[in-house]
Design a binder for this molecule. Structure first.
Ligand SMILES: NC(=O)c1ccc[n+]([C@@H]2O[C@H](COP(=O)([O-])OP(=O)(O)OC[C@H]3O[C@@H](n4cnc5c(N)ncnc54)[C@H](OP(=O)(O)O)[C@@H]3O)[C@@H](O)[C@H]2O)c1
Length: 174
């Protein structure tokens, strides 16, 4: 099982404004920077409930028929994701990964700040691709949070794009 993060942040490390707005990210995802190829390579997108609620405001549903797993400890209206293939799970990151592995998934895409932080703390993320958008927004929803110990990163590549996006790819562990 490969478990990846592919996320866009402000240079000061925020994935959304405090109210959840994403208006500081380039419109339409910005110039091509590997997202299309990345998402084609994943078997399931594991989305925190708050990110799921944000994605529901996008028209149309952006993930097509790709399997999406919404994490929440409470009932979630999955039918609101019209045209999507969406299910719900709860549990520890390790439990979620073993359930998805048992159902045949080989590559997971973990998304949402709190959700990414939980999988990082559990030592389950192997690939981390962060695309920095050239803006400082001062406050917001942080990508990273507290950790029980340092997480050593192995730098794989840094790519930069004409619009100012700077993407850094790391491997963790192994
Ligand atoms: N810039 C980007 O690329 C990017 C990417 C993704 C998201 N975002 C933005 O980030 C914001 C949301 O991020 P966030 O950090 O606030 O939250 P989040 O990670 O999307 O969602 C957190 C929620 O997910 C549920 N959850 C997480 N792990 C769980 C587990 N192991 N078991 C059960 N439930 C679990 C919990 O829901 P319950 O409280 O229901 O139990 C938790 O409150 C949104 O504004 C979104 O648009 C930006």
């Amino acid at each position: 099982m490969t478990i990846s993060v592919f996320v866009g942040t402000s240079v000061d490390g925020f994935i959304a404004r405090p109210n959840g707005d994403l208006d500081f990210l380039p419109e339409g995802g910005g110039e091509p920077h590997g997202y299309t190829e990345f998402i084609a390579s994943v078997d399931a997108i594991v989305l925190g409930r708050k990110s799921f609620e944000k994605v529901l405001t996008f028209e149309p549903w952006p993930y097509g028929a790709k399997r999406v797993v919404v994490l929440s400890s409470r009932p979630v209206d999955l039918a609101a994701a019209k045209g999507g293939t969406v299910e719900q799970m709860a549990g520890t990151p390790a439990e979620i990964v073993s359930r998805l592995a048992a159902s045949g998934a080989h590559h997971l895409y973990i998304d949402g700040g709190i959700t990414i932080q939980g999988f990082l703390r559990a030592g389950l993320i192997q690939r981390l691709t962060i695309t920095h958008v050239p803006v400082l927004i001062g406050e917001g929803v942080p990508l990273f949070g507290s950790l029980p110990r340092d997480v050593r990163l192995q730098h794989v590549a840094t790519r930069h794009y004409p619009s100012g996006l700077v993407q850094t790819e790391y491997r963790i562990g192994g």
